[in-house]
Design a protein around this ligand. Structure first.
Ligand code: GLN
Length: 194
């Protein structure tokens, strides 16, 4: 099992450390050739415009789209924005997931927060596990999900913060910043389904 982490900008180092700690071979991805032989890819949090522009400059947009048609991709925060197909503005997107996203929907950096959320799908990797500690930093909101997209988690007021479309996963929050590794384990299981 080999998982790549897009390492153009953002917190890729944290994802790599968690993957290695759960026994997964993890590699930094910066060029199209780095996608060869991967079972899955994580697009980390950071700044979606910066990651998108760098991905375009390195010729990664089409290779990433092709990868996402065949393999598992998980986008956290800015990564979720990149996976989406509608963000109400013009910026480079992969457009792989049928989700409509609103950037910075929870306010500015100072409005960052942590809250425990229920993610029923995690029972598949940890039957005894309770609520998940979700960290939101200038987070996007998943406003609408399209055909074939399953909602994985919502805040108490119903706002959608995690979704899945086949082997594609989007989370508004940052699982790489907690020591609860269940979402990483859940994603590795999706990558195994390739
Ligand atoms: N606000 C960032 C964006 O819109 C995402 C923030 C994050 O990844 N923590 O790209």
């Amino acid at each position: 099992m080999k998982i790549g982490v897009l390492a153009l900008q953002g917190d890729f180092i944290e994802h790599i450390a968690i993957l290695r700690s759960i026994g997964v071979d993890a590699l930094e991805v910066r060029l199209p050739a780095h996608l060869d032989s991967l079972d899955g890819l994580i697009i980390p949090g950071g700044e979606s415009t910066a990651i998108g522009k760098l991905a375009a400059a390195y010729g990664l947009i089409e290779p990433l789209r092709d990868f996402g048609v065949k393999r598992a991709i998980w986008g956290t925060c800015a990564g979720a924005i990149l996976l989406s197909d509608d963000v109400h503005r013009d910026q480079p997107l992969l457009g792989l997931m049928h989700i409509q996203v609103e950037r910075n929907a929870f306010g500015r950096q100072v409005a960052s927060f942590e809250t425990a959320i229920d993610i029923p799908a995690l029972k598949k990797v940890a039957p005894q596990g309770g609520p998940y500690p979700a960290i939101f930093i200038r987070a996007p909101l998943i406003e609408k999900v399209g055909e074939g997209v399953q909602i994985l988690a919502q805040l108490e007021d119903g706002r959608i913060v995690a979704a899945q479309q086949g082997r594609l996963l989007a989370t508004s929050f940052h699982p790489e910043l907690t020591d609860d590794h269940r979402v990483h384990q859940y994603f590795v299981e999706r990558a195994r389904e390739n």
